[in-house]
Structures are given as structure tokens and as C-alpha cells.
Design a binder for this molecule. Structure first.
Ligand code: A3P
Length: 304
């Protein structure tokens, strides 16, 4: 069979895979399978040495996951388990993909590193009670919206978008999976004053990855030599993560993510939004930012 032709299994899986619909959980828009399992998620028992990587989708989660995993392994990528990043650092809302996801997470040996996209008010209370460390990555709303639009196109565990204009309208209204970007970035920003949360910007990581990796290391209480730091910077460069099958999500089956529609590692830049936004759309997002983030001290760079 030609390499380009899908196998019978893939054809069957593609046709039988049903994209989720959107529902509300405590006023936040979510995919339906998260709502169905909400009670078990809310009851999740965190441990004091759990480390949480929190983001709104498309903020650079995978990039931070890879950095943290290497840092926790003495700076040597070779010492990390040689499995895809989504197995090394599982997704708290992972039962979205696997019915036994939460049980697997509960059984993971400590210290656990866990990823979540939950907005601050929906994080299971035990994470606050156990005073777990958290790293939050935020990315400017314009690039986030563009990245999320293309992700919806290729990722079958999200609703299929109709058009960019409609998607952006829903994004601005917070009527998409994991809710309002504005509330998300602001909620976690406000929480950092009362909890051990390291707030990192994607744009800062692009501008000076070594500086931001150092900040993460310090937050984790780790010391880095110059050469290990350089090694981590090289290993986690966009071009290297894009060709690394353990970080580029090509390990997911095609019925879940179709990289021929749009690759997971798409552009990895700041400013790609200019290729998608009209002037009016850009002004609209700026105005909502002024309104919803104003007075918080939280600002974003949309160009570098
Ligand atoms: P683009 O779609 O703009 O390219 P997440 O991991 O939260 O889903 O975020 C994915 C976004 O982060 C994608 O953005 C992806 O290309 C970008 N990204 C992933 N690894 C990166 C890296 N090492 N450097 C810069 N951007 C990266």
C-alpha cells in the first residue's frame, strides 16, 4: 500500500471519530466529555510535591513541558523517558481521550508533573490545599487565537471550526473550549499574588529563552551550569521540537490529530496574527483587552 494512502484501520477510525460538542461547566465553555466527568475531576487528590503546568490552550504548553521535564532530569534530554511528551507529563483533563485517564494519573509515581488548561476557578481545590507549585504560561491573545483556530482544524477532539471570522467571534466571546482567554490569563495573574505560581510569557521565552529557562530552574530550586542551560535552549528550539517525534505530536493517531491539515508545530512565532486579523478585528481584541485586563498590570506584547 502506498505510504500516502490511509490504512483500512485509519479510514474506519477517521469516519467513526465523533468530534465533541460544547457545554458549560460552572459558566465556562468546555467540551462535553469534560463536563461528563466533572465530579471525578473536581475530587482529584493533589500531592504537595505535584508540579502543575497551567496554560490556556496554545500558549506554549508543550514547550514548557519539555523544558521542565529536562530540568527535572539534570538537563539531559537522554535521561528523560523516551516516550512522547503527552505520556511523560499527562493532561489532568486527559479522560477526554482515555476513560481511565484519571486513574492512571492518580497511580503515577511522585513527584508528578501535570498539565492542565483549566481556568483558575475550576482547578480542583486539593491543588490549592496542598500548596502545589504551578507554572503558568501566557501568550498574547492574537497569536493564541490564530494558533487555536488551526488547532481546531487538525485536532478532532475539538469542535470543527467553520471559518476564521466565526472562530474569532467565538474566541472573543469566550464561547470556545476552556472558555474566555481574557478571564483565563487574568484569573491566573491575580492568583499569583496568593500562591506559588511562576507566570511566564511566551513572548519572553521567544525573546530570551535562556533567561526564562533560568527563571523556571530557580523556581524549581535547581542550579544550572552554562553548558546545561545552552543544551536545554538548543534542545527546545522550535525547529528541534518540530522534528522531534516525542514533542511534535505525530505520535498521536491520525484520527485524533491530522497534521496534513495543519501541523501541531505550526509556526512557533510571535506576530503571525497579522496574516489573519483585519485591522478592525485587531482593534476589537485590543479594546476587550483594555476593558477586561485594564488595571490588572497584565499586558502582552504582540510583536517582538
Ligand atoms: P503556533 O500554532 O503559533 O505555531 P501548546 O503546546 O500550548 O498547544 O502550544 C502550541 C503552540 O506553541 C504552537 O504555536 C507551536 O508551534 C508553539 N510551540 C511549540 N513549541 C515551541 C517552541 N519550542 N518554540 C516556539 N513555539 C513553540
Amino acid at each position: 500500500m502506498s505510504g500516502d494512502r490511509p490504512s483500512k484501520v485509519t479510514e474506519v477510525s477517521l469516519s467513526s471519530f465523533k468530534r465533541p460538542t460544547l457545554v458549560e461547566v460552572k459558566g465556562v465553555t468546555m467540551v462535553d466529555n469534560i463536563e461528563e466527568n466533572w465530579d471525578s475531576l473536581w475530587a482529584f487528590q493533589a500531592k504537595p510535591d505535584d508540579l502543575l503546568i497551567c496554560t490556556y490552550p496554545k500558549a506554549g504548553t508543550t514547550w514548557m513541558q519539555e523544558i521542565v521535564d529536562i530540568l527535572q532530569h539534570g538537563g539531559d534530554p537522554g535521561k528523560c523517558a523516551q516516550v512522547p511528551i503527552f505520556h511523560r507529563i499527562p493532561f489532568l483533563e486527559k479522560f477526554q481521550f482515555s476513560p481511565t485517564g484519571l486513574e492512571e494519573l492518580e497511580a503515577m509515581p511522585s513527584p508528578r508533573i501535570i498539565k492542565t488548561h483549566l481556568p483558575v476557578q475550576l482547578l480542583p481545590p486539593s491543588f490549592w490545599e496542598q500548596n502545589c507549585k504551578m507554572i503558568y504560561v501566557a501568550r498574547n491573545g492574537k497569536d493564541t487565537a490564530v494558533s487555536y483556530f488551526h488547532f481546531h482544524r487538525m485536532n478532532h477532539s475539538l469542535p470543527e471550526p467553520t471559518s476564521w471570522n466565526q472562530f474569532l467571534e467565538d474566541f472573543l466571546a469566550g464561547k470556545i473550549a476552556w472558555g474566555s482567554w481574557f478571564d483565563h490569563v487574568r484569573g491566573w495573574w491575580d492568583a499569583k499574588g496568593r500562591h506559588p505560581i511562576l507566570y511566564v510569557f511566551y513572548e519572553d521565552m521567544k525573546e530570551n529563552p535562556a533567561r526564562e529557562i533560568q527563571r523556571v530552574a530557580q523556581f524549581l530550586g535547581l542550579e544550572l551550569t552554562e553548558s546545561i542551560l545552552n543544551q536545554i535552549v538548543q534542545h527546545t528550539k522550535f525547529e528541534n521540537m518540530k522534528k522531534n517525534p516525542l514533542t511534535n505530536y505525530t505520535a498521536k493517531p491520525r484520527y485524533a490529530m491530522d497534521h496534513t491539515v495543519s501541523p501541531f508545530m505550526r509556526k512557533g512565532t510571535t506576530g503571525d496574527w497579522k496574516e489573519h486579523f483585519t485591522v478592525a478585528q485587531s482593534e476589537q481584541l485590543d479594546n476587550i483587552c483594555d476593558h477586561l485586563l485594564g488595571g490588572s498590570g497584565l499586558t502582552f506584547r504582540t510583536v517582538l
